[in-house]
Structures are given as structure tokens and as C-alpha cells.
Unconditional design. Structure first.
Length: 322
């Protein structure tokens, strides 16, 4: 074949023993225009399920200060990177696949992306992932056919978190994340569900493998589920409704709330160092406990929060009043 053009100046990946085998520069990668297109066209997942409502269900469990900034539509100081969006969208792919398969499995008995109105509890709305209607065909002794409506929230997590949640190491199982429980509870309560499930998928196979024949397909390596009854749904939904209501009261009175965050045990702690996500728990004026939360690492307002400082802070006047 005749060589029509000298292409020897194009980047190559020839391994060089002394230098290892690094990838070609980002600007030469074919993935770069694909990612540019992806980021430009990915859907905006931050729209409210019911336009005009104040609180968005997937913000459940967020730190009180962050909820204040979101409510007042303050400018984002720490937007997600492409890496963040890439990870989020991988989760969305799994999420969408599970929903599509559920529709195949249950047909008319499943509703996906159920729009849920939280009013009058909270001026807010959300998208419940799935509501499954289970009909027990055989009537009971009283001749009544039982129908249960189960709310399902689908979540994806990294392998490390998944192992902690199911107790794959030496520590006891930590269970589902509190923010997920709160979000699901609000959706389940306002969709009048009898039961709620949190269905988790790990982004890597890392969980528990049972060799006793109980899990022949290795499902436990990547999926786990928790169930909640109506009493638990009410308890968690009330907890979050009151917390968000308190945030709105403070904002309406002209202040952004303190950096309070709800822990997995349901207690409230105060974040003292947003840069590192360090929190402390005070009792009678003494620090009795401390730790680190993941929330600050993912917060879109971290620089603003650091600038504003601790405690309740006044909301600055709107720079462009009518
Ligand atoms: S940086 Fe941390 S403390 Fe500050 S608003 Fe965000 S989550 Fe809350």
C-alpha cells in the first residue's frame, strides 16, 4: 500500500523502559471531545420535581447551612468537576437500568420516577425512584386480597462504602446512609406507601460472598437492601420535615443557619472546619465527641461557607433589588 502522508508526528504510546508507559496528553486523547459533548449535554438533575416548590427531596440530609444557600439560590462557589459528574452519571446508568428492568419484571405493578409533593409538611417535592404494588393473590381467611405499596429508593455507592454498610470487614454493618433514609422516608410518606426499601448497588464487586449455597450468583458482592415499616417511615420523615422547617424559619428571619449536620444516629453535630469536614459535639459547654463528615468534600458552597464563618450569619441584601 502506498503511504500518502507522513503521520509520524502524531502521538504514539510506544513503551519506553526508562520512562514507563504514560498515556498520551489529554489534549490529544479522542476521549476529550467525547467528554466535552457529554458534559455539555448531560441532563440537569437539580430541577425540582414540582416547579416552584422550595425544597428538593434529594437534598435531604444536607447540612443546614448548605440548605440555606440552596434555598436562597446563592452563587455556587465550588461546582462539581467533570470527574464528579462522571461518577454521578455512572450511578445514573445503573439506576436507569434497574428501573427499566423493574418495569419489565412488574409491568403495571411498578411506577418509576414517582413525583411526590411534600406539602403541607414542607414546601418541597421529590422524585421517588419506584413504587411497587404487591398484590397477594390468595385472599386471606377474611376473603380480603391484600395490596401493599412499597417505595423503593435505588442508590449506588463505591466499594469502600458498600463494605462498611453491609459489615463485610470486622466492624458491624453500618447500614444505609442517613441522607438516603431521610429522602426515601419523605417520598414514602407522601406517596402513602406501606413499606420502604433502600436498594443499594456497589460500583465494584467487593461485598460478601457466601459459600453456603445461599448466594449462587454472587449477588451479595454488589447489592444489598434494607426495609423500613410505616412507623419508621413516619419517624424519619418527621425528623427531616422539622429540620428543614427550622432552616426555612431561620432563612425567612434573615440568617443562614449554623453548619449543623445530621449524623447517622439521628443526632446533630456542628461542623467546625469545613475545609476538612471536621465536626464536634458539644454538651454543657464541653466537646464530648468529634469526627469527619463527607458532606463538605462534596459541597458546592464550601468557599462561601468558609468566608461566611461559623454560627448563624446574616443573609446579605439582594444587590439588585427591583
Ligand atoms: S462546606 Fe460543609 S459546613 Fe459548609 S455549607 Fe458545605 S457542607 Fe455545610
Amino acid at each position: 500500500m502506498t503511504i500518502k502522508k507522513d503521520l509520524s508526528d502524531l502521538p504514539v504510546s510506544t513503551p519506553a523502559e526508562a520512562e514507563g508507559w504514560p498515556p498520551i496528553p489529554l489534549e490529544d486523547q479522542l476521549a476529550t471531545p467525547i467528554m466535552e459533548f457529554w458534559m455539555e449535554h448531560r441532563p440537569n438533575h437539580r430541577e425540582k420535581a414540582i416547579p416552584g416548590t422550595r425544597f428538593r427531596g434529594s437534598d435531604a440530609g444536607s447540612c443546614a447551612r448548605a440548605l440555606g444557600y440552596i434555598d436562597q439560590n446563592e452563587p455556587v462557589t465550588n461546582p462539581p468537576t467533570w470527574a464528579d459528574y462522571y461518577r454521578m452519571d455512572l450511578g445514573t446508568l445503573v439506576h436507569n437500568q434497574v428501573q427499566a428492568m423493574a418495569e419489565q419484571v412488574w409491568g403495571d405493578h411498578v411506577q418509576v420516577e414517582v413525583v411526590t409533593d411534600y406539602r403541607p409538611d414542607i414546601n418541597g417535592s421529590g422524585h421517588g425512584d419506584m413504587a411497587v404494588r404487591i398484590v397477594f393473590d390468595a385472599p386471606g381467611d377474611d376473603g380480603i386480597v391484600v395490596i401493599r405499596r412499597i417505595h423503593v429508593e435505588i442508590k449506588t455507592v463505591n466499594g469502600f462504602k458498600f463494605r462498611n454498610m453491609i459489615g463485610a470487614g470486622k466492624a458491624p454493618a453500618k447500614g444505609p446512609g442517613m441522607s438516603h433514609v431521610l429522602q426515601a422516608s419523605l417520598n414514602a410518606r407522601h406517596d402513602a406507601c406501606d413499606e420502604m426499601r433502600l436498594m443499594y448497588f456497589s460500583m465494584e464487586n467487593t461485598g460478601k460472598y457466601r459459600q453456603d449455597g445461599e448466594d449462587p450468583h454472587g449477588m451479595g458482592l454488589f447489592t444489598a437492601e434494607w426495609a423500613f415499616n410505616r412507623t419508621e417511615i413516619e419517624r424519619f420523615a418527621t425528623l427531616e420535615a422539622e429540620r428543614v422547617g427550622d432552616v426555612f424559619d431561620q432563612v425567612d428571619a434573615g440568617t443562614f443557619p449554623d453548619r449543623n449536620v445530621l449524623m447517622d444516629d439521628g443526632s446533630i453535630v456542628t461542623i467546625e472546619q469545613p475545609l476538612r469536614g471536621l465536626w464536634v459535639r458539644h454538651e454543657d459547654g464541653f466537646i464530648v465527641d468529634n469526627g469527619k463528615t463527607w458532606q463538605c468534600d462534596y459541597c458546592r458552597y464550601r468557599d462561601r461557607c468558609i468566608d461566611d464563618g461559623p454560627g448563624q450569619v446574616p443573609i446579605p441584601p439582594d444587590p439588585s433589588p427591583e
